[in-house]
Design a protein around this ligand. Structure first.
Ligand code: IPM
Ligand code: MN
Length: 381
């Protein structure tokens, strides 16, 4: 009977979990890599009694096709009620001609904004087994472990006014606005200082205070907050262009980097190449803690929907897998289980399993695998 099933300890997934998870696979390779994470979720349910009440919905082009919008109000509501959202990726050539306000990416931007996920944690760690996959020399990247914190709900991604018009001279003109308030800067810098204390105690704040008013304010607020509350942490500042250069010259000099929405977008893609592939990097987007200490949170790989390889079973499921591990760690306080997932990934790479994106540099003794084989290897490990 059902009761017996619940009482038996064989299948622990049936136990009530109180963990509400919304899964949004999205477009392109999103659904494929998410399927591999489902295998890990199932394993964790069975073997570690980590169950979730899972809801699933559409986002991006998939939602646009079905509902005429890149995120339905219903899905938005579910996301706001969930303890965590696990997100795949959005976008693709099919929707290139969609109206700007309905582009697949708007679905993701709406989630970030309405959930107020202002702190985007983008760790870039180099696995020993992949030192040769980086386009940089092994001695430059070996042992690299940096954390980029990207402001995610303001700046030029959301600033008003934005749009296009025909100007007084009769020319077509487009404009976006870079805008930051002092509290917006302070709250994301606070996350950086807090995290640095648990790492190597170093924060590098980056902007362009030499040319932008928002950059001047950013530097002032970071400095003030540091003086007031975090003077035990080492704080440095660097212009974002110089940082782009230093990340290639000597990336290991950095610990935590905090920067605005657009610079963070660009610099984190750059950092992914230090690790060997965009297919490896997870991210956590966190809101402010509520009265009970709970933060709204969304976990997503930093890679996009990769339409060129979508549906071919070639995509690397590791970034999505590590995003799930970040979810265990940051939303559910399951650090040991997160470690377990991360170690499984590391061991599978050590054993030589490589998806196509990782087949660069020295490929002696590696096993070329597709999405599903990589996912299976991680579950087995
Ligand atoms: C990212 C992506 C997104 C961004 C897109 C898909 C809207 O590039 O998460 O880095 O620009 O923020
Ligand atoms: Mn990006």
């Amino acid at each position: 009977s059902e009761l017996q099933a619940i009482q038996s300890t064989e299948d622990l997934t049936i136990m009530a979990s109180n963990r509400n998870l919304l899964v949004l696979p999205g477009d392109g390779i999103g659904p494929e890599v998410m399927n591999e994470v489902r295998k890990i979720i199932a394993w964790m349910g069975k073997k570690r009694a980590i169950g979730f009440d899972i809801k699933e919905d559409l986002v991006g082009g998939a939602a646009l096709d079905k509902h005429g919008v890149p995120l339905s109000d219903d899905a938005m509501k579910t996301a706001l009620e969930a303890d965590a959202v696990l997100f795949g990726s959005v976008g693709g050539p099919k929707w290139d001609t969609a109206d700007f306000s309905k582009k697949p990416e708007r679905g993701l931007l709406r989630l970030r904004k309405e959930m107020d996920l202002f702190a985007n944690l983008r760790p870039a760690k180099v696995f020993d087994a992949l030192v040769d996959a980086s386009s940089l020399k092994p001695e430059i990247v070996k042992g690299l472990d940096i954390m980029i914190i990207r402001e995610l709900t303001s700046g030029v991604y959301f600033g008003e006014p934005r749009g296009r018009h025909v100007n007084a001279a009769g020319e077509v003109e487009a404009f976006d606005t870079q805008r930051y308030t002092a509290p917006e800067i302070r709250r994301v810098c606070a996350v950086a200082f807090e995290l640095a204390r648990k790492r190597k105690n170093k924060v590098l704040s980056s902007e362009k205070a030499n040319v932008m008013h928002t950059g001047v304010l950013w530097r002032e607020e970071a400095t003030k907050l540091h003086k007031e509350k975090y003077s035990d942490v080492k704080l440095d500042h660097m212009y974002a262009d110089a940082l782009a250069m230093q990340l290639l010259r000597a990336p290991k000099e950095f610990d935590v980097i905090v920067t605005d929405n657009l610079f963070g977008d660009i610099l984190s893609d750059e950092a992914s190449m230090l690790t060997g592939s965009l297919g490896l990097l997870p991210s956590a987007s966190l809101g402010a803690p509520d009265a009970t200490g709970r933060r709204k949170a969304l976990y997503e790989p930093i890679h996009g929907s990769a339409p060129d390889i979508a549906g071919k079973g070639l995509a690397n499921p590791i970034a999505q897998t590590l995003s799930y591990a970040m979810m265990l760690r940051y939303s559910f306080d399951l650090g040991k289980d997160a470690d377990m997932v991360e170690l499984a990934v590391e061991n599978v790479l050590k054993a030589g399993y490589r998806t196509g994106d990782l087949l660069v540099g020295n490929t002696d003794g590696v096993k070329k695998v597709g999405t599903q084989e990589m996912g299976d290897a991680i579950v087995k490990e």
